[in-house]
Write a protein that binds this ligand. Sequence first.
Ligand code: NAD
Ligand code: ZN
Length: 351
Amino acid sequence: LLVETGHPYTVHIGQHAIGLLSDRYRELLAQADRVVIIADSRVAELHLDKLLSELEEYHPLVFQVPAGEQAKSAASFMECHSFLLAENCSRNTVILAFGGGAVGDLAGFVASTFMRGVPFIQVPTTILAHDSAVGGKTAINHPLGKNMIGTFYQPQAVIYDSSFFDTLPDKEVRSGMAEVIKHAFISNEQWLEELLAIEDFGAMSESELSLHLEKGISVKAAIVEEDEFEGGVRKFLNFGHTLAHAIEAFLGYGKLTHGEAVVLGMAYALELSDSNRLNDFLKWAKDNGYPLGLLLELPFEALLPYMKKDKKSTAAALNFVLLGSIGRPYVEKVEEHQAQSAFNQLRITIK
Ligand code: NAD
Ligand code: ZN
């Protein structure tokens, strides 16, 4: 899969994709003075040996960062730079990100800032990373807001090996599949129907999952190619995210996975859109263990200020990505009373 942004790169996906590192990317790695793996510590514990055995001839250095979101701190950003400097890395160093979206965002930001930018390769290990590893957004968090410090910086390649998914906890599978179905909602009705028919993620075969991820990546890639710096259609990727971000901020990050929150947000966006797919979507969400019941407990008034502050909303207006029909997203300003009554209506439907 080719992603044709200003700087085009390929996403390789499949069961033995990491074999391509010392095949397709031999030249890039061989000319580097250092190859540095920035690895999520949990992922390193589970899978680093496999990656190292692929990279043996390049004698990679490994720097481990805290697992998950903790990696995206200013402290670990500085620690990465300290490591690179202590190891005499230069502009000819190549960085590999090994882990989920969190380490991908951190390592991408480190790569984009070290010596004003060194090449990097994403080696994602989560389902959600089909989203985060494509599109070139990098970031760390500021105590005042998530993803507030970052750059647009495209990788040299994304090597997406599905054999790493075996060890993913269920909630991380749910999180990733939420973004997959989001990509279907905003692009393709037939694909959406296939996804809605899944009653148990655990029963998906490896090849079935890879196919869905490939489709998701092409949707994201097509949008990013058209709108690399988020002036227009890239906003559609925010389907379900206005409420999701509000829930995450209100509950405190990490209480729910991002995708779990996005599923609640998509249910709400479907209600606001008056979509005839809401009931099927709610059934799918329930079958697959998403915490829909939370919608009955969350106070709308408390979420509202967060929704107004959403990056994609202007000033104090409420903006949502809604669906005309499947594959036809648009951005719409919603009045507060309308937002409130849709929320109530959704609760009644869920009960
Ligand atoms: P994550 O990177 O936090 O990983 C989730 C958890 O799973 C972590 O505890 C990690 O240690 C563990 N893990 C990862 N791979 C594993 C594996 N194969 N087996 C077992 N455990 C594994 O989460 P994520 O959902 O991949 O990414 C979320 C991050 O991505 C957020 O920080 C979000 O802001 C970011 N994101 C970025 C973009 C973008 O465009 N840059 C888009 C979406 C999300
Ligand atoms: Zn998302």
